[in-house]
Design a binder for this molecule. Structure first.
Ligand SMILES: CC1=C(/C=C/C(C)=C/C=C/C(C)=C/C=O)C(C)(C)CCC1
Ligand SMILES: [Fe+2]
Length: 521
């Protein structure tokens, strides 16, 4: 398992030509950019958790049926400080370091209530974000890091605290059809308030400010006060429709006081996230046109959602699909010691999530009777039941068990859609099967091969396509067989048959998320 997850990967900053078998469609031109942890030990020191590893960016450039691979460590301040000291000196999600230089900054400022949040890592290992023509490596802290998408070089560091005043943000931004970025973060204990802040990064900047980064034009669309000042919800993504934003204030919460005293108590950041199994999950629907939340109080049972799949409006209602867990055990699973056990035995002890569909009414009839269902949509059995005190309990429809890392044809983001591309996590959270789930027929297609461990699978549409599944699937595959090199797999998204694979004669790391950047001719 060390070969797959826990071992440090070498970087390959110069392009490595892949050996292609099969035929890559000639229209497929562009670069697949991916991000994930690549270095798990520094000198004699070792990270505890897979989400701690130092960010290794990688890219697959596809042109005229050929593929070139490269990879490069993100030269974050964290990376540089660790390499210089030849040991881990900056705390990460699951690894607390007592000599962390940030600790002192925080201790000095501790007497000021507004500065109780420690300075976090800039090891941006989770995803890649496109802002206008700029690309950023991102994680969930206040730091993002600009990169060069061609050479994978590291450029400026940006601090969200300075632009929109947030301490954490999701690594799953949304993009509208013009390419504007929409994201959400939490501003903790600022001027005595903890709030969720929805912000926008424009794709283009006004002419008079040519040369300026879109990040200098970030604007706050809406902020929602957290139900709890000292334990705001933790969240990893959110949902959008054409007119609304869906934010789940789930009972998986950040304990701010524990975080503020973590260095003193000797605990890691992960232990500051607690699942409150007695609490509800509040569903906030925000109208993008007014920046105001819909006043109805929607809620559902306690759950933990990392990934929203998609959402859309239909007949006066709003539908949203999420991958829901019963608790927060997924993050424990990714401690390297636990991963080792699971991969050896494929123990089946992994938490199995479910794809669930929720429905909320966009107009509520004030006179509706208590107990009545306020949404009746042809496409779902999900209910929204009116309760006394004007609360509405949302009962989801269970669609499918055991899938994760959901992807869709992004042209359908926020709109009606039919297909979810994902990976199978029935028996392990380290996936070996790619799935296509059809929401209409509730059937699946799948791809798998012996000894193959795969990444999130991205959908790229055929130019000019009209059918939702007219396109290809890209997935990076790593083999546990030492003789079998890693490869980029290209599937026909409609039939799930293999079109081509590009074998890479280099060290490729298992990754988290990324995006495909089509060439502009
Ligand atoms: C360092 C750090 C954080 C990092 C969280 C990370 C790195 C989460 C990764 C999640 C992933 C990869 C989920 C995949 O589905 C927090 C808790 C935001 C805040 C405290 C400091
Ligand atoms: Fe994610």
């Amino acid at each position: 398992m060390d070969v797959i997850f826990g071992r440090n990967k070498k970087e390959h900053p110069e392009p490595v030509k892949a050996k292609v078998t099969g035929k890559i469609p000639t229209w497929l031109r562009g670069t697949l950019l991916r991000n994930g942890p690549g270095m798990h030990t520094v000198g004699e020191t070792r990270y505890n958790h897979w989400f701690d590893g130092l960010a290794l960016l990688h890219s697959f450039t596809i042109r005229d049926g050929e593929v070139y691979y490269r990879s490069k460590y993100l030269r974050s301040d964290t990376y540089k400080a660790n390499i210089e000291a030849n040991r881990i000196v900056v705390s990460e999600f699951g690894t607390m370091v007592y000599s962390d230089p940030r600790k002192n900054i925080f201790t000095r400022a501790f007497s000021y209530l507004s500065h109780i949040i420690p300075d976090f890592t800039d090891n941006c290992l989770i995803n890649i974000m496109k802002c206008g023509e700029e690309f950023y490596a991102i994680t969930e802290t206040n730091y993002i890091r600009k990169i060069n998408p061609q050479t994978l070089e590291t450029l400026e560091k940006v601090d969200y605290r300075k632009c929109v005043g947030i301490n954490v943000a999701t690594s799953h931004p949304h993009y509208d059809s013009a390419g504007n970025v929409l994201n959400i973060g939490t501003s903790i204990m600022d001027k005595g308030k903890t709030k969720y802040v929805i912000f926008k990064i424009p794709a283009t900047v006004p002419d008079r400010t040519k040369g300026k980064s879109p990040l200098q034009h970030m604007e706050v669309l809406c902020s929602l006060t957290s139900r709890s000042l000292l334990s705001p919800s933790y969240y990893h993504s959110f949902g959008v429709t054409e007119n609304y934003i869906i934010f789940l204030e789930q009972p998986y919460r950040i304990d701010i006081l524990k975080m503020a005293t973590a260095y003193i108590q000797g605990v890691n950041w992960a232990s500051c996230l607690t699942f409150h199994k007695q609490d509800k999950t509040y569903i906030h629907i925000i109208d993008q046109r007014t920046g105001k939340p819909v006043p109805t109080k929607f809620y559902t049972d306690p759950m933990v959602v990392f990934h929203h799949v998609n959402a859309y409006e239909e007949d006066g209602g709003l539908l949203f699909d999420v991958i829901a867990y019963e608790d927060n055990s997924l993050y424990d699973y990714f401690y390297l010691a636990n991963l080792k056990q699971d991969i050896k035995g494929r123990s089946g002890n992994n938490p199995v999530p479910a794809l669930k569909r929720f429905a909320v009414p966009l107009r509520t009839d004030q006179n509706a009777e208590v107990g009545s269902n306020l949404v009746q949509l042809a496409s779902t059995t999900a209910k929204a039941l009116k309760e006394k005190d004007d609360q509405v309990y949302c009962q989801p429809e269970l669609l499918f068990k055991g899938l994760e890392l959901p992807q869709i044809n992004y042209a359908h983001n926020g709109k009606p859609y039919r297909y979810v591309f994902a990976v199978d996590v029935h028996t392990s959270s380290s996936p070996t099967k790619i799935l296509k789930y059809d929401l209409l027929t509730k059937s699946i297609l799948q791809w798998e091969e012996d000894y193959c461990w795969l990444s999130e699978s991205l959908f790229v549409p055929t130019p000019g396509a009209t059918d939702e599944d007219d396109g290809i699937i890209l997935s990076v595959i790593i083999s546990s067989e030492p003789q079998k090199p890693p490869f980029l797999l290209i599937l026909d998204a409609r039939s799930f048959t293999e079109l081509a694979r590009a074998y890479i004669d280099a060290d490729v790391h298992p990754d988290l998320h990324g995006l495909f950047v089509p060439d502009v001719d």
